[in-house]
Write a new protein. Structure first.
Length: 99
């Protein structure tokens, strides 16, 4: 009985895994953010990346929280998008000293 329960639990976990895979959120610290237009440009550069589903920018902290499908894109592509728009970025960590 225990072996059967373990097998069922394992099988359900394998089938449920694809439902959880894909959606990831990362916060990027963004450089060269000095004017009122900057948040719009940063947001639009990230929204244009295939697989991005949501972008929330903060003018106060100069960050962008990006939710994306990690089967379609990755953090490297997000960084490339902001950098090409003139706003180099990197993953933000809680407690990081930032202007």
């Amino acid at each position: 009985m225990t072996k059967m329960l373990a097998a069922i639990t394992l099988a359900l976990g394998v089938f449920a895994a694809p439902a959880f895979a894909g959606e990831t959120t990362v916060t990027l610290a963004v450089r060269n953010w000095y004017c009122a237009a900057c948040p719009h440009v940063v947001k639009e550069s990230l929204v244009a990346v295939s697989g991005v589903s949501n972008v929330a920018v903060s003018d106060k902290t100069k960050t962008a929280a990006v939710t994306f499908d990690d089967t379609k894109t990755d953090v490297k592509a997000l960084i490339k998008a902001t950098t090409e728009a003139g706003y180099p970025s990197f993953p933000y960590s809680e407690g990081m000293l930032w202007p």
